[in-house]
Design a protein around this ligand. Structure first.
Ligand code: SF4
Ligand code: SF4
Length: 363
């Protein structure tokens, strides 16, 4: 059924919802659309939209950012990273740079890029200089990195990969005693690459209503309506509310690149800890371009501390959907976008940053 956002809202307001109904999203793009369009305020009060683990920058483990900083400072290299990563703070002594931005200020050659192709172009344009691409992202961002590797990258470019899969984080939450949500709106962007089938476990294994949504208000509201109705009618299925782009099995070529160049490994999520089979690492066939192997001295296992966020910062709970951003006592006081304390206030996909930009102020 194709309706406008206004029509979906009318339908939603007519649903006989009596109890609180909590719907989690796991996509920074979804959260931004919800907040910017003011959907929370427009929905019936029983419906709560909870931002979950939808920001790859926020969950990028401290040890990876620290490794990138140390590499950039100590090696004769150019470090390339997506712009969002540059201001993410790590816990270090006052004498050390606490972000890539600060390392840049201290003289390291660190350049922001917008896409993996840019990394390729830069490396090709300076063949005598070593480049390291710090590639942090979910499936959608990691697939083009895998494509680069499969299609061939120059020897002077290596990859410091911090790629993550989204569904294992949702699975981990659902396996816990307190998942904290009653239905899931799954990320359409990820499903276009990996296929909708990845999210079927939410319905089959956990008997929760689920729907895949795109980024527009009407798609998000269609998914919201679908999961509410599934709950009311006591039937569960994975509803594809983004059929224009989400096709069965996803993007086969992108998935082939991912499985050729990378392997799925247990991975640490900042604020959450290790989640089994939730990360990407370069496949042994591509070891030559793996910055972790090329520069092993900067891997500091001691820094792998689950839940390590800056003091007083509730990003860990925000990422897990246990707290709303404005429930953190630093939100809008000590922590604002120009002076972020935690990663969720840095990235455009971080819930705190999105809420602040959307005009949400401390209670
Ligand atoms: S990469 Fe795309 S699908 Fe993933 S969180 Fe960001 S906007 Fe959502
Ligand atoms: S407001 Fe700042 S300190 Fe609090 S959870 Fe968000 S990013 Fe962390």
């Amino acid at each position: 059924m194709s309706l406008s956002a206004k029509e979906w809202l009318t339908q939603l307001r007519q649903l006989p919802l009596s109890d609180r109904f909590r719907i989690m999203n796991v996509c920074g793009g979804h959260e931004r659309s919800i907040t910017q369009a003011g959907l929370r305020g427009a929905l019936p009060p029983q419906i709560e939209l909870i931002p979950g683990p939808g920001c790859p920058v926020c969950v990028c483990p401290e040890e990876d950012i620290y490794q990138a900083i140390q590499l950039a400072i100590n090696e004769e290299i150019t470090l390339l990273a997506f712009g969002d990563m540059l201001r993410v703070p790590v816990n270090v002594s006052k004498q050390e740079p606490r972000s890539l931005d600060q390392a840049h200020g201290a003289g390291a050659d660190i350049r922001p890029i917008a896409s993996p192709i840019e990394a390729l172009k830069l490396a090709k344009s300076e063949p005598n200089r070593a480049f390291v691409f710090f590639a942090a992202g979910f499936e959608t961002t990691t697939a083009p990195v895998a494509a680069l590797l499969v299609e061939g990258i120059p020897d002077n470019l290596s990859i410091l990969l911090s790629g993550r899969l989204t569904w294992p984080a949702v699975s981990m939450l659902l396996e816990s005693d307190t998942p904290g949500f009653d239905a899931l709106v799954a990320p359409g962007h990820v499903a276009t690459v990996m296929g909708p089938e990845e999210w079927q476990f939410v319905v089959d294994k956990h008997q929760l209503p689920a729907a895949i949504a795109g980024f527009t208000s009407d798609s998000l509201l269609a998914a919201t309506y679908s999961v509410c109705r599934q709950a009311l009618e006591d039937r569960r299925f994975l509803d594809n509310c983004y059929p224009e782009l989400v096709k069965p099995e996803g993007n086969l070529s992108a998935r082939a690149h991912l499985s050729t160049a990378l392997e799925v490994v247990d991975a640490n999520w900042r604020g959450i800890g290790t989640i089994p089979k939730s990360g990407f690492a370069l496949h042994a066939d591509y070891a030559k371009w793996d910055a972790r192997l090329r520069y092993p001295e900067y891997d500091e296992p001691d820094r792998k501390r689950a839940g390590k966020m800056p003091a007083g910062c509730d990003c860990a709970q925000v990422v897990l959907g246990k707290k709303y951003p404005n429930e953190c006592r630093l939100y809008g006081t000590a922590c604002v976008p120009r002076n972020p304390i935690g990663p969720c206030m840095v990235s455009d996909e971080g819930a705190c940053r999105i809420w602040w930009s959307g005009g949400v102020r401390p209670d």
